[in-house]
Design a protein around this ligand. Structure first.
Ligand SMILES: Nc1ncnc2c1ncn2[C@@H]1O[C@H](COP(=O)(O)OP(=O)(O)OP(=O)(O)O)[C@@H](O)[C@H]1O
Ligand SMILES: [Mg+2]
Length: 261
């Protein structure tokens, strides 16, 4: 195994608003702050990760759309961010068209993986945000990745849709990407004072034994404020519980990596 190749993590959950983009921005930033070289790819036409990392939509030239359509080399779409060692491939709303345009194209599921190519060797971590659907953009993220990370909001309907998601991950593994595995379920917007959140966590542990990250992301208003300043929370309010939680998630991932190495 080539240990210099990066870990490519797809953040997936077809349920909207569970913290995929917040995690792409803040986990990416936390890993970079800890000295890792990180590429974040915004594979969602909503572009929340792009905004959250401070890239103005009006300044975007080449985006992930052009990369998927084979119009530019991915290197031309790279953008620097305020954090050293953290780069971004931005998304614009034009990506919404890709889902339809790709349908008739060859190798439509493997576009992102092919585009990444040897670039994976240039980073320690590549983190891919995906939209709230199980369409071609999410499939491209899963095919390009070697691990799927599933953010789950600790609330009543949290488990709804997870069996369908697991099914899609299994299908992608069988058909296109034998190395893909679920690296973990990340519990987001967690409030341990409520009985419901505790119950949901227990239920998730039954459903995904040994696959829940020890770190939970608490509900923290600084996490929801930071994107409007175009900053990861670690720059916006480093002492906040949200910033500390994403730092601890990043440390947990690095520790797990060193155990497995
Ligand atoms: N831990 C948290 N505490 C407080 N607010 C949060 C937290 N995580 C995310 N949010 C807020 O919740 C909303 C949804 O989060 P986010 O955009 O990350 O979810 P998503 O899964 O990417 O959504 P979508 O599926 O629409 O892309 C955002 O307004 C975000 O700022
Ligand atoms: Mg999102």
């Amino acid at each position: 195994m080539n240990i210099s190749a990066s870990r490519v993590i797809a953040l997936v959950n077809q349920k909207g608003g569970v913290g995929k983009s917040t995690t792409a921005v803040n986990l990416g930033a936390a890993l970079a702050v800890l000295g890792q070289s990180v590429l974040v790819i915004d594979d969602d036409p909503q572009g929340n990760t792009t905004t959250g990392l401070g890239v103005e939509k009006s300044t975007i030239g080449a985006s992930v759309y052009d990369v998927l359509m084979g119009r530019v080399h991915i290197a031309e779409a790279l953008r620097a961010t305020e954090i050293e060692r953290l780069q971004l491939v931005p998304a614009t709303i034009s990506l919404a068209g890709a889902e339809i345009e790709l349908v008739s194209e060859l190798s439509r599921e493997t576009r992102l993986r092919e585009a990444l190519g040897s670039l994976t060797d240039a980073y320690d971590y590549i983190v891919i945000d995906s939209p709230p659907s199980l369409g071609l953009l999410t499939i491209n993220a899963l095919v390009a990745a070697n691990e799927a990370m599933i953010p789950v909001q600790a609330e009543y309907y949290a488990l709804e849709g997870l069996s369908q998601l697991t099914h899609v991950i299994n299908r992608v593994r069988e058909a296109l990407n034998p190395g893909l595995h679920v690296s973990g379920v990340l519990v987001t917007m967690y409030d341990g004072r409520t009985r419901l959140a505790v119950e949901v966590l227990a239920e998730l542990e039954r459903y995904f034994p040994q696959q829940i990250f020890k770190t939970q992301i608490p509900r923290n208003v600084r996490l929801s404020e930071a994107p409007s300043f175009g900053k990861p929370v670690i720059l916006f309010d480093p002492k906040s519980r949200g910033a500390q939680a994403y730092m601890s998630l990043a440390r947990e991932m690095l520790e797990l990596a060193s155990v497995h190495a």
